[in-house]
Design a protein around this ligand. Structure first.
Ligand code: FAD
Length: 578
């Protein structure tokens, strides 16, 4: 326990003013009080312990609350003395605690203690969600503060996770990406830059071969953990009740799934999203999206995904992280979806938004170099790795064009390799122009990679100009493969009609024969975006005939919800919060 006699207040690490820590007016406090309940707090009273599930926030009327974290997250049991605590932020009258964990109900990593006696308004998560959904002024103030505080925590590297690994291994990159894209703050120790870090590993009896290592909450040491193990340790899914029959299950949290979740939850439906990695999908790993309406200077995929994720949570949709759908049980109603962790969840309607996977180059052993010089997305993480070096991008679509323009800012030279004789048929004109105008990008048409060299990391690449037959070889150690994708529909195991490439057929694309085979039972035709299974919809890239764009995925997701309402009304079973 914190010693109340010991002064806790040193200099707070996060500036306690402005948008990060706004002061509510008396009128605003009265509006907050209508949603929660007022109660006294004693000096020294601990309102939340580190590791507790975040289920409530406190708004200070009088007195003072102080938020601290344990200083040494690398240590195992760090003791209870106030000396071990670092003050993160202090709240006085009119101010409130909380950051994005309150929206997800995840476990927090800070302690909140009353450092001056007084009165607070206590708001349970549901009461807070009611408040932000009904009071737009307070919603803006609070959501902005929650998000900015999370950004501050990340930038100060506060958090309860330490990642120890070489930044050149694909597994370290995977874990970094998982934590970053789930907005979970962490500290990273690069074994290449800090060989002496073995001392820290020795402390936990871990050999280099076990890396990367994740030290979770200063307690568990996870050796090369899966995303699922990390999510379990951090309690990402602790707040989710999987026994509840939902109005809507959304499978996949890319732009299509997040849009469906936002619209459905904001319209009162009880929504659960299932996502094997992190919210954002392909868009989340895109360095910059320049053609999304309303962002004239572009927006990074991660930023867009982060905002959309916060929005889903604001409206009360829940997200089961690090579990992918592995089976649809379509012979029963409500439908049941089983995940690869064995969780079973059920719902009256389902929106499938599982997107598509990158295609690999048809070269033997290429997968052994995945993440070791061969990459499928070009984000800031990969850009760092190929700073001042020559890189190759394979592919002639928009994603290849964007990666070329983006990487040309840091790489010494970018080679774009396409098998066709121009980019005109596959890439937006604005990107073609950018490529032509960028001096350190060279386009090689009718060219393909024919060989790789490299033991633990890509070292050399051979390519052939198919118009002349001439081959070339260069010492290049970073190749970005952006050659299209195959749909993530394998888990549907025959429940739903697919096209010849495995994309899901919907609405008018379903033939009479498809419906006959599926034993379509309704006295109506399938709705737009409805699959051959009534009440199951397909949206975004996984849908047959979809336009592979963020905006169209978002459009699909939002449109599907109006049909979900119709299906639920026919079942007479809307169980939303209203
Ligand atoms: C590098 C790159 C750059 C791009 N740039 C642009 C651009 O600038 N502008 C533009 O408009 N478009 C761009 N695109 C295309 C755009 O990102 C996609 O069209 C869009 O992300 C599709 O959204 P989606 O939600 O349908 O699928 P995805 O974004 O693929 O999301 C699918 C989600 O489903 C999850 N999932 C997969 N399988 C399962 C399962 N079994 N169970 C549960 N969940 C599952 C995945 O983990 C993922 O999160 C780009 C794509 C790439 C790859």
């Amino acid at each position: 326990m914190t010693n109340p006699a010991q002064p806790l207040i040193d200099t707070p690490a996060i500036e306690s003013s402005g948008a990060v820590n706004p002061v509510l007016t008396d009128v605003q406090l009265q509006r907050v009080a209508r949603h929660g309940h007022c109660r006294p707090v004693r000096e020294g009273e601990v309102l939340m312990h580190s590791g507790d599930q975040t289920t409530r926030i406190f708004v200070v009327i009088t007195g003072q609350l102080t938020v601290t974290r344990t200083k040494d997250q690398l240590g195992a049991a760090s003791g209870d003395s106030a000396d071990d605590k670092e003050v993160i932020i202090v709240f006085g009258p009119g101010q409130f605690n909380g950051e994005v964990t309150i929206l997800s109900g995840r476990r927090g990593f800070v302690e909140i203690v009353a450092t001056k006696a007084g009165q607070v308004i206590e708001l349970e998560r549901e009461q807070l969600l009611d408040l932000v959904q009904t009071d737009s002024e307070l919603s803006e103030i609070m959501m902005r503060a929650f998000i900015l505080r999370r950004v501050e925590l990340i930038s100060h590297r506060f958090g309860d996770v330490v990642l120890v690994g070489s930044s050149h291994t694909s597994e370290t990159l995977r874990i970094k990406e998982f934590l970053t894209r789930n907005s979970h703050p962490f500290t990273s120790i690069d074994l290449d830059a800090h060989p002496d870090v073995q001392d820290v590993l020795d402390r936990f009896h871990v050999t280099i071969a076990d890396t990367p290592v994740v030290i979770c909450r200063g307690e568990s040491v996870l050796r090369n953990p899966s995303n699922q193990e990390i999510a379990t340790c951090l309690g990402f899914n602790d707040a989710i009740d999987d026994s509840q029959v939902r109005d809507l299950l959304v499978i996949g949290a890319g732009p299509a799934g997040l849009a469906a979740a936002v619209y459905a939850a904001s319209e009162g439906l009880d929504v659960l999203v299932i996502e094997p990695n992190s919210p954002g999908g392909q868009a989340g790993s895109t360095s910059k999206i320049e053609n999304y309406l309303g962002f004239p200077t572009g927006i990074s995929g991660q930023e867009l995904a982060g905002r959309a994720y916060a929005q889903t949570q604001k409206f009360g949709a829940e997200i089961l992280i690090a579990q992918g759908a592995s089976k649809l049980l379509c012979d029963r109603m409500p439908y049941v979806v089983e995940t690869d962790a064995g969780t079973r969840v059920s719902a009256r309607a389902v929106v499938i938004a599982t997107g598509a996977e990158y295609r690999r180059l048809p070269l033997e052993n290429i997968s052994r170099l995945d993440g070791f010089g061969v990459y499928y997305s070009a984000t800031a993480v990969e850009a760092q790795l190929c700073r001042d070096s020559e890189v190759i991008i394979v592919g002639g679509g928009n994603s290849a064009g964007q990666a070329a323009v983006y990487l040309s800012q840091t790489a010494d030279h970018v080679h774009v390799l396409v098998r066709s004789d121009s980019l005109a048929a596959s890439m937006s004109r604005y990107l073609i122009r950018r490529i032509e105008e960028t001096p350190n990008i060279t386009l090689h048409t009718r060219t393909e990679i024919i060989g790789f060299e490299g033991k633990d990391h890509l070292e050399r690449v051979q390519w052939r100009d198919n118009s002349t037959g001439k081959t070339d070889e260069k010492a290049i150690s970073n190749v970005f493969v952006m050659t299209g994708a195959t749909p993530n529909s394998g888990w549907l195991n025959g429940c739903i009609a697919l096209d010849e490439h495995g994309f899901i057929k919907t609405g008018p694309a379903l033939t009479v024969e498809d419906l006959r085979v599926a034993r379509w039972p309704q006295g109506r035709a399938p709705y737009l975006l409805e699959t051959s299974l009534p009440g199951v919809f397909a949206t975004g890239d996984v849908r047959s005939g979809s336009v592979k764009r963020v905006a169209s995925a978002v459009g699909d997701g939002s449109i599907s919800v109006s049909f979900v309402h119709q299906v639920l009304a026919q079942q007479g079973a809307v169980a939303g919060r209203g």
